[in-house]
Design a protein around this ligand. Structure first.
Ligand code: NAD
Length: 490
């Protein structure tokens, strides 16, 4: 088998890597150094069509009706194989994203086998059934047979490439679907590498396909507009998500949208400041702020506002930017120069509005080797109004605005004053207040005294501009299957 990564990152269609075409390719850049480390073969419309056709055929050839225990066993073997080749995935993910190797090991790549194992277990769950009471003492038996949705288009972003990909591919396969995956153009490597694993563990040809390329006018649009897909699961920005919804609308296919966030942390003055600072540091700066769940708004009760502001700034200054392969590095670059320009644009806007910059606000100098990378300083502001663009729009960088509040009611109002609704965290020693405020958050996920603690069986998604639908556990089973209700009069 020709490898899916190396100098070339290849498309994977109908069980084999596709010979790349030099004339239809783009560069894959290491964001830590700015150097090109591979070329990616961009799929054209015809190749996307071949992938969808292969997926359809694979379903008919028996994958859709393979017993669930066999599919689950295959997924568990895939999890084992990823663990055996763990460091290859780590290397590919670090080269693609520039993220610190320690994070890639502990979070990104570790989540891939967890995704496969969780959905192998979840898929084995039973069917909904119940009795309906009829006139005259008779009854009817109702049950739903869940069938695979069919050919599922999977479109994912660059920030947690393998984690987010396997979060969708694992349940899709567990439920008997065939997938055509379109990874981000910024981070194509691990999707192609995963094809090797799935082939090795015996996944039939055509069940997992990868097409590389961009969004509009390229593989992303060719795939989501294809007339023979049965549904789209998308993770990415709110703007693209709504575009994908429009593309799919004329054919009324189901979409699952996991979109952007502008997440709040609400910190009450009864909290252990040190513990809260540890949690906040993680929630603002993990993955250089490039997690949809990252906190970009920190509301702090007035009595401890200065302690939290100064403490968080000190923790931010203690982050170590540098070579992603150095185990001591905590913070990598942003994904690209274009994204850095966007984040830096908010630095200017905040300063123009008179924000106080507690720390950061610029581009760091990291020596000749990393000079070409898209580095940015972790940055904190105070003095911004809740209406300022830096407090309203998703920046997707290592940044946060800190804003004081006096009462619980005021904090809830400030946190909910947003078009987004992905996640929030509440920091308090008062458990009743924790429950009360968490439930009042208009979001898909609200944490109390923690952040990014995920049980893959729980529903995940957002409200408002943060998305549509839920995935995870049973919610994934529901999205990746179509139920047929059978009603039998007894
Ligand atoms: P993006 O929307 O630019 O791209 C996401 C994917 O969509 C990429 O593969 C891209 O090529 C593709 N795409 C772009 N235009 C398309 C089109 N017209 N048709 C079909 N496909 C198209 O997002 P990004 O910059 O890669 O990722 C960052 C965004 O993702 C942030 O907004 C972040 O909050 C969000 N995100 C959300 C979650 C979540 O679970 N809610 C998780 C991670 C990231």
């Amino acid at each position: 088998m020709t490898a899916g990564t190396g100098r070339w990152i290849r498309n994977f269609v109908d069980g084999r890597y596709v010979e790349p075409d030099e004339n239809r390719s783009f560069e894959n850049i290491d964001p830590a150094t700015g150097r090109v480390f591979a070329r990616v073969h961009e799929a054209d419309r015809e190749l996307v069509d071949r992938a969808v056709t292969a997926a359809r055929r694979a379903l008919r050839d028996g994958w859709a009706t393979t017993p669930v225990r066999e599919r689950a066993a295959l997924l568990r073997r895939a999890a084992d194989r990823i663990e055996e080749r763990f460091e290859e995935f780590v290397a590919a993910e670090v080269a693609d994203t520039g993220k610190p190797v320690t994070q890639a090991r502990q979070l990104d790549v570790a989540r891939a086998p967890a995704n496969f194992r969780t959905f192998a277990d979840v898929a084995a769950a039973g069917q909904e059934s119940f009795l309906t009471d009829l006139a005259g003492g008779r009854q009817a038996l109702n049950y739903a047979v869940r069938k695979p949705l069919g050919v599922v288009a999977v479109v994912v972003p660059w920030n947690l490439p393998l984690l987010l990909l396997t979060w969708k591919v694992a349940p899709a396969l567990a439920c008997g679907n065939a997938v055509v995956v379109k990874p981000s153009e910024e981070t194509p490597a691990t999707a192609s590498l995963l094809a090797e694993i799935l082939t090795e563990v015996g996944l039939p040809a055509g069940v997992y396909n990868v097409v590389h390329g961009f969004g509009g006018g390229s593989a992303g649009e060719f795939l989501t507009s294809h007339p023979d897909i049965d549904g789209v699961t998308f993770t990415g920005s709110s703007a693209t998500g709504t575009q994908v919804m429009r593309t799919v609308a004329p054919r009324a296919r189901p979409v699952s949208l996991e979109l952007g966030g502008k997440n709040a942390a609400v910190v009450f003055d009864d909290v252990d400041v040190d513990e809260a600072l540890t949690g906040l540091t993680k929630s603002v700066f993990t993955n250089t702020g490039q997690v949809c769940l990252c906190t970009e708004r920190v509301y702090v009760q007035r009595a401890i506002f200065d302690d939290i502001a100064q403490g968080l700034a000190e923790r931010a200054r203690g982050l170590r930017l540098g070579d992603p392969l150095d185990a001591a590095t905590t913070t990598g670059p942003l994904i690209s120069k274009a994204h850095r320009d966007k984040v830096a644009g908010y630095f200017e806007l905040a300063e123009q509005a008179g924000a106080q910059v507690l720390t950061g606000g610029g581009v760091p100098q990291l020596g000749p080797d990393l000079a070409g990378g898209s580095w940015i300083e972790p940055t904190l502001w105070t003095g911004l109004a809740n209406t300022h663009p830096a407090v309203r729009e998703e920046i997707f960088g290592p940044v946060a605005a800190l804003i004081p509040f006096d009462t619980e009611e005021e904090a809830i109002g400030l946190a909910n004053d947003t078009e987004y609704g992905l996640a929030a965290s509440v920091w308090t020693d008062d458990l009743r207040r924790g429950h009360r405020v968490a439930q009042a958050m208009n979001v898909g996920t609200a944490w109390v005294n923690t952040w990014f603690l995920r049980d893959l069986r729980s529903p995940f998604g957002g409200v408002g501009l943060s998305g549509l639908g839920r995935e995870g556990g049973e919610s994934s089973l529901h999205f990746y299957t179509e139920p047929t209700n059978v009603c039998v009069q007894l």
